[in-house]
Design a protein around this ligand. Structure first.
Ligand SMILES: *[C@@H]1O[C@H](CO)[C@@H](O)[C@H](O)[C@H]1NC(C)=O
Ligand SMILES: *[C@@H]1O[C@H](CO)[C@@H](O)[C@H](O)[C@H]1NC(C)=O
Ligand SMILES: *[C@@H]1O[C@H](CO)[C@@H](O)[C@H](O)[C@H]1NC(C)=O
Ligand SMILES: *[C@@H]1O[C@H](CO)[C@@H](O)[C@H](O)[C@H]1NC(C)=O
Ligand SMILES: *[C@@H]1O[C@H](CO)[C@@H](O)[C@H](O)[C@H]1NC(C)=O
Ligand SMILES: *[C@@H]1O[C@H](CO)[C@@H](O)[C@H](O)[C@H]1NC(C)=O
Length: 263
């Protein structure tokens, strides 16, 4: 009887188990190690080849063996958020170099506790407002620490805040939960970090934002959304810090292929 009970509990636990933060963190470490060394075998050993969806850079499926991961980059900053419900992570990576700078955003998707999709936005000089010195500095000025359990927002609240912000670009009457202060870091350009800093500074209209891929982390009050930005479908990532249901930080990386997206 006890055995039966125990095996039932084990089955139930297995059926409801998604991912754990330590498991996801361990895999992210192999991603970072690959990027630092330019060597991918140990990272590839984490792949679930039976459900493999692909390696993507700037929204294009490319051969991993020709990708940025094969270039050893001296990473100077990394920060990851973990979605243990959807089994996906997002990592912000900065290479604060005077000669070959990068700012990268990477989502890793998991199946069977292994990686089955790599989705990166790769930005460098020439991309939207790119300024690695600015990016590297401002991230050190922000608070992305864990939010106490009793103050954490629900997954849906966090996701809806991000969607409201992205919807605004194509539906001007969208109600966005602006926080105060709220600051945008776009490519390296920072908004007003003062106590009254606001992100409600107006956005262009008629800009649909599609193909949204989410990573939601209740503990960090964070959500990343990788998208196709506007009619030109620019590869882009928007990461948000949500506190008490309100938007406090927005980090964007946009690759458009033409200097500053031709603007
Ligand atoms: C998945 O396939 C790649 C080759 O494309 C290989 O390098 C890697 O070791 C494989 N991963 C596993 C877990 O078998
Ligand atoms: C990533 O950041 C953590 C601390 O936030 C640090 O301990 C770790 O060494 C960093 N990894 C790399 C590859 O830079
Ligand atoms: C890059 O950002 C830094 C820090 O905010 C700023 O001092 C510098 O003027 C910026 N560079 C350009 C070219 O905008
Ligand atoms: C980024 O690199 C520049 C140039 O080496 C350096 O002056 C600056 O302090 C670095 N920023 C950070 C946050 O480390
Ligand atoms: C927002 O505007 C659209 C037309 O642009 C309209 O169809 C919709 O009903 C409006 N929504 C609200 C909540 O006002
Ligand atoms: C922020 O706004 C408050 C209330 O409107 C005002 O009293 C205060 O002077 C403002 N602070 C700054 C630095 O602008």
């Amino acid at each position: 009887m006890l055995n039966l009970l125990l095996s039932t509990i084990t089955l139930a636990a297995t059926a409801t188990a998604h991912c754990t933060r330590p498991q996801l963190a361990e895999a992210v470490d192999t991603y970072l190690a690959a990027q630092v060394s330019g060597q991918t075998p140990a990272f590839k050993a984490r792949f679930d080849n039976s459900t493999w969806l692909g390696y993507f850079e700037n929204n294009k499926k490319v051969d991993i063996n020709t990708g940025i991961l094969n270039k050893a980059l001296p990473i100077t900053h990394n920060r990851t958020i973990y979605d243990t419900t959807a089994c996906v992570t997002y990592t912000e990576v900065i290479v604060n170099s005077t000669t070959d700078p990068y700012v990268l955003g990477t989502q890793l998707k998991f199946a069977n506790h292994k990686i089955n999709k790599v989705d990166s936005i790769v930005t460098k000089p020439g991309d939207w407002l790119f300024n690695v010195t600015g990016y590297a500095y401002w991230v050190t000025q922000e608070d992305w620490s864990e939010i106490p359990t009793e103050k954490q927002d629900a997954r849906d609240t966090i996701k809806k805040a991000a969607d409201a912000y992205l919807d605004l670009f194509n539906a001007p009457n969208t109600t966005v939960p602006w926080g105060t202060p709220c600051v945008r870091l776009e490519g390296g350009l920072y908004g007003d970090p003062g106590p009254n800093g606001t992100c409600a500074v107006g956005v262009p209209s008629g800009v649909p934002i599609g193909n949204r891929r989410y990573v939601v982390d209740e503990i960090f009050g964070a959500v990343d959304v990788m998208v196709e930005f506007g009619g030109s479908k620019w590869p882009d990532t928007h990461e948000f810090r949500i506190v008490g249901g309100k938007i406090r930080y927005v980090h964007t990386m946009t690759h458009c292929g033409t200097p500053n997206c031709g603007v």
